[in-house]
Design a protein around this ligand. Structure first.
Ligand code: HEC
Length: 461
């Protein structure tokens, strides 16, 4: 443990990342999709001579500028805040490998922000041709920010053999491009791009739903119909791209999903399968709502409808992020680093030399409860909390110390067919440290007080 553990009560650290990411992604995707939407809409209005509509488009570009620059940038820094505190070890690995990637990202980001501001402030002030060109500069630079960050995000799920071969040697950066263009790079890029286009349509509907000037009615109708079509690529291509994506993910991740699929009939499919299905279902629900309420009856399309669609988009984004997170378990960087920051290659060393001894943050005490608590913080808190999300108190049920020791032995030396290895990293440390953890966990569980003479159903566990 190079870093201290940030203890977040109730929701746990992962949800801090989750909440910040979902918020950020909804804005960042809009920044990319909307960056293309604005100049294309502007071109359409010029071509069709819809001058009266320009003020509405200008208003949309103001909404766009405020949302993407203020909230997009602030929530982007929030991502660094949350991953830095919750996943310091993995963040450090990503920075070491992709330091030039982030340098590139920043360049595109500066161009993106500058051109967004120029675009907004030069409406009617520069020739139309030039204004459109600024719009395209924005569209290209914001898409390039996605091109970069997508490589780093996809890397965490599928770092690829070439990089894994040098992981931990100090020469990881020599495989920069191979790690960057990893197996899921392209399906992820297409998937994210489709989401960007859809969100551009959704946010445009928010602006247009508020237009109630009768003089603008005809244009409102045509613009709502045109914007609704931005969701079409997603609807048509989602199944194909998802299939492509699933083809490229590691076998273990696919097995988890497939297990879920085959048990759908008996209603026992896994949580991640449920969540992945939720993504598909909400996407098609969005498409249905947009088709019937926006495309078919654009005149009556209200702000309430638009916000409902945005709410569904939040659900779709949240479930996709959750599924992505879950299929990567127990790793944060697949095949290399477990969610608790322990490198797969360090497991044997830690088992023989000790976990707490290698940490700078071990309390100076021999109290087994305290030491056990530190093992828990370091190795379990990246996924569990004491009494909130994935609560240890709840999951331990009424196990007594003996049952807990048995469980920890399973986590430490998992049998090959153990269901736990699919989502939990191996417990590492010396036998004494594992004992300490058992003692600490026993303080959390509530063994029943056995009635005299009788053995309760839990006594045998
Ligand atoms: C990578 C994430 C992750 C880490 C790290 C992790 N767990 Fe888990 N654990 C899970 C998930 C997911 C479940 C299933 C939760 C559920 O069913 O609600 C789970 C379930 C459990 C259960 C209930 C199992 C059962 O069959 O009743 C226990 C006990 C448990 N974990 C203990 C631990 C301990 C102790 C550690 C640290 C040594 C740990 N976990 C580390 C993800 C993790």
């Amino acid at each position: 443990m190079n870093y201290p553990v940030w203890e977040v009560p109730v929701i746990g650290g992962p949800w801090v990342i989750g909440i910040v990411s979902i918020f950020h992604v909804l804005i960042a995707w809009f920044a990319v999709g909307g960056g293309l939407y604005l100049p294309l809409a502007e071109r359409k209005l010029y071509k069709e001579g819809k001058e009266e509509w320009l003020p509405v488009l200008m208003r949309h570009s103001r909404f766009f500028l405020v949302l993407t620059s203020a909230f997009g940038a602030v929530s982007g820094v929030g991502i660094w805040f949350s991953i830095g505190l919750v996943q310091p070890e993995a963040t450090s690995t990503l920075i070491h490998n992709f330091v030039f990637g982030w340098a590139m990202e920043w360049v595109f980001f500066v161009i993106e922000l500058a051109s967004a501001a120029v675009y907004y402030y030069t409406w009617n002030r520069v020739p139309r041709e030039l204004h459109l060109k600024v719009g395209y500069v924005y569209a290209i630079s914001s898409f390039l920010t996605l091109v970069i960050i997508n490589g780093i995000l996809a890397f965490m799920l599928t770092p690829g053999r070439p990089w894994l071969d040098v992981a931990g040697t100090g020469h990881e950066a020599s495989r920069f491009w191979l790690a960057f263009f990893n197996p899921t790079y392209f399906p992820s890029l297409v998937l994210r791009s489709l989401a960007c286009l859809s969100l551009a349509g959704v946010y445009a509907l928010i602006t247009y739903s508020r237009v109630d000037d009768p003089a603008l009615e005809k244009t409102k109708i045509s613009m709502i119909r045109w914007s609704a079509q931005w969701l079409l690529p997603m609807v048509l291509l989602l199944p194909v791209v998802l299939a492509w994506f699933l083809l490229m993910i590691p076998n273990e991740s696919r097995v988890i999903l497939q297990q879920g699929m085959t048990t759908i009939g008996i209603g026992a499919f896994t949580q991640v399968t449920r969540i992945a299905m939720l993504t598909v279902l909400t996407t098609f629900t969005i498409a249905g709502v947009v088709y019937f309420f926006a495309y078919q009856s654009p005149k009556d399309f209200s702000l309430g409808h638009a916000i409902a669609v945005l709410g569904l988009a939040v659900v779709a984004t949240a479930s996709t992020e959750y599924a992505r997170e879950t299929i990567r378990k127990p790793f944060v960087i697949e095949g290399h680093m477990y969610s608790n920051g322990i490198r797969k290659s360090d497991v044997d060393k830690i088992n023989s030399q000790g976990y707490l001894t290698a940490s700078m943050w071990t309390p100076d005490t021999m109290d087994p409860v305290k030491r056990g608590e530190y093992v828990f913080r370091g190795q379990c808190m990246s996924c569990h909390t004491v009494s909130g999300y994935r609560s240890m108190k709840r999951l331990l049920q009424q196990r007594d110390e003996k049952a807990i020791k048995k469980l920890l032995e399973m986590l430490h030396n998992p049998p090959k067919d153990s269901p736990y290895v699919k989502y939990m990293p191996p417990l590492v440390g010396t036998p004494e440290e594992i004992d300490n953890l058992a003692v600490y966990l026993t303080t959390l569980s509530k063994p029943p007080i056995p009635a005299s003479g009788a053995n309760g159903p839990m006594a045998s566990r």
